[in-house]
Design a binder for this molecule. Structure first.
Ligand SMILES: Cc1cc2nc3c(=O)[nH]c(=O)nc-3n(C[C@H](O)[C@H](O)[C@H](O)COP(=O)(O)OP(=O)(O)OC[C@H]3O[C@@H](n4cnc5c(N)ncnc54)[C@H](O)[C@@H]3O)c2cc1C
Length: 487
């Protein structure tokens, strides 16, 4: 109860800061409406010139790469979630918009999940929220050139997904398909015979049904999407800072809650410490902080006492690193054709063509007892030989004879609570918003997540896709949102 009230308080105070300016200027204009039209036009022109001035100041500061001491909205993490959030905040708020700063510790993104992702886009999920977010992801890619210009390209390959199910998974596949269709996805169910006709390269032993995406599904280049969104966000006035957030600074406020005389202190934070590449430490004050630190979110949350404090603060952010291997192999036989879909076997093993010359990529999430250590990104090639290749060879006879050429690994931003994104305001810190834990399906959802976070901040709630059920609160009240179609 106390924390709910505190949350509301904190939300109100942080939101007020941002909106005061807009509210003031629009009420001035309303008053002016009753005044002489010439004076009103003059006031509007004056306002526009002032806006141009402040926008010019912002771009000057960007050009000189000066370090900001204050920002309206601080985004920690410049991967796809943080960058998309920054893009949407500026896109939605326009010229008179909020001041947004993204802090990223590694602009080469060498270990960031975004750049090590496979880049798949599908609507074949079991939760309406995931289906809707991926539909918007597809729409965003379709209209990329309208937003970012004629040269915008993320190399989208629209070959669809093919999810296979055995007898035990067939019902679930049908239920998912119905839900996906009802929300606007375009996929079809194929029985064993239809699968054999359409995909003669496949051995359908043990397969009952397949669900094939007919449009809005495929794969794209995550690095290109990240760069486009970063360019868009920068053009709209976002500042990107190279540095690592190493701490939060706290302030205590007296609060009085009727009926609770014991808890009279609210400890909040509006300031972070940022370590620059030269070792220097600086601070930035902020009104709202968006935490988009992917697989490292638990560590950054601990700096804010989330997971180590009392009461609500004793609940950790359930997101951790999980290493996932991706292997590239060459096949010379009668292989899946160039229009073959990303195929997910009933075992969870996936494969797709990488390009034209008989090259494929594949992967499989390990069993809990097989989870590899996460202290490095080395690739275990034995895992391909022992766990993946036998399944591939069984499903596609041509894969009996393959050569594993190379591989890479990346960290899933794994939500061990229910394997889904956590999107929303922290129940204690009303000015902290999380966008994390997407567990292997975040790239395709990033456009929708960035827009949703921007809506929370600028509109005070979700406006397009209702993501309330994916908020942090579900962890506190123990209402998991399981997604059965996790790869
Ligand atoms: C092998 C693999 C395959 C995948 N395949 C798919 C797929 O097919 N489809 C799909 O939709 N998704 C897929 N994903 C998942 C998807 O890539 C992720 O969900 C998404 O990229 C997460 O983005 P993010 O911005 O949250 O995290 P990240 O990209 O990791 O970005 C977080 C950023 O925060 C920065 N950071 C952390 N701590 C700090 C700090 N203290 N200060 C400053 N900066 C900090 C990090 O340097 C990092 O750049 C896959 C992931 C992997 C690993």
């Amino acid at each position: 109860m106390l924390s709910k009230q505190i949350s509301r308080l904190a939300i109100r105070s942080s939101h007020n800061y941002i909106f005061n300016r807009t509210i003031c200027s629009s009420s001035i204009l309303r008053r002016k409406k009753r005044i002489n039209p010439i004076i009103r036009t003059w006031e509007i022109l004056k306002q526009d010139v002032q806006n141009m001035g402040s926008s010019f100041e912002e771009s000057e500061m960007r050009a000189h790469n000066s370090f900001p001491s204050h920002t309206d909205i601080l985004v920690i993490g410049g991967g796809i979630m943080g960058t998309s959030t920054a893009y949407w905040l500026r896109e939605k708020s326009g010229l008179r918009g909020v001041n947004v700063t993204v802090v990223e510790k590694d602009p080469s993104f060498s270990k960031s999940t975004t750049c090590l992702s496979v880049g798949g886009l599908r609507q074949q999920f079991s939760l309406p929220e995931n289906i809707q977010m991926s539909l918007f992801g597809a729409e965003f890619l379709r209209t990329l050139k309208d937003r970012f210009g004629e040269d915008a390209d993320v190399c989208f390959t629209p070959n669809g997904y093919l999810t296979l199910a055995g007898e035990d998974g067939a019902h679930q596949l049908l239920d998912n398909h119905k839900l996906q269709k009802s929300l606007g996805a375009n996929n079809i169910i194929l029985n064993k015979k239809q699968l054999e006709e359409r995909f003669p390269w496949m051995n359908t032993d043990g397969i009952e049904l397949g669900c094939l995406g007919m449009e809005k599904e495929g794969w794209f280049d995550p690095w290109s999407l990240l760069n486009l969104m970063k360019r868009g966000a920068t053009d709209l006035g976002t500042r990107f800072v190279h540095g690592e957030v190493t701490n939060f600074l706290f302030t205590e406020t007296n609060v009085s809650v009727s009926g609770d005389e014991e808890n009279t202190q609210y400890t909040g934070s509006n300031e972070v410490v940022v370590k620059l590449p030269n070792g220097e430490e600086k601070t930035i004050t902020f009104s709202i902080c968006v935490i988009a630190t992917g697989s490292e979110t638990n560590e950054i949350a601990k700096l804010a006492k989330i997971g180590t404090g009392k009461g609500i603060l004793s609940v950790p952010v359930p997101v951790e690193r999980r290493k996932r291997y991706v292997y590239r192999f060459l096949c010379q036989g009668e292989q899946p054709g160039i229009n073959s879909p990303m195929t997910i076997d009933k075992t969870g093993t996936y494969f797709r063509r990488e390009c034209l010359g008989g090259s494929f990529i594949c992967g499989l999430s390990p069993l809990p007892e097989e989870e590899p250590a996460t202290d490095n990104l080395d690739v275990d090639y034995n895992y391909f030989d022992s766990s993946i290749w036998p399944i591939l060879a069984e499903r596609v006879p041509a894969f009996n004879c393959v050569k594993c050429q190379s591989g890479w690994s990346g960290y899933y931003d794994y939500n061990y609570y229910d394997q889904n994104g956590i999107i929303g305001i922290h129940p204690y810190y009303g000015n902290f918003i999380f966008a994390t834990g997407f567990s292997g399906h975040g790239i395709q959802q990033a456009p929708a997540v960035g827009r949703a976070v921007a809506e929370l901040i600028l509109d005070g709630g979700f406006k397009t896709i209702d993501l309330t059920r994916l908020s942090f609160d579900r962890i506190i009240v123990n209402k998991p949102m399981y997604e059965v179609a996790i790869v």
